[in-house]
Design a protein. Sequence first.
Length: 73
Amino acid sequence: MEWYNIVIPIITLIVGAIAGFFVGVFYLRKQLERMQSDPEMLQRMAKQMGYNLNNNQMKRAQHMMKNQKFPRK
């Protein structure tokens, strides 16, 4: 059994996990940016989590998201 039959799959797993993490962060950041301008999407997300937001709560949630800063790296 050669050493590269063990090392290459481990390296591939580590690289895949790191790449998957960054793709997931990028996707989540884009979704949050889209939710800031789309109140229907925000309402849908709240319903999926079991909350039913009225207009006042919806405005407050949008205002909080717009004030949130998403750092770029």
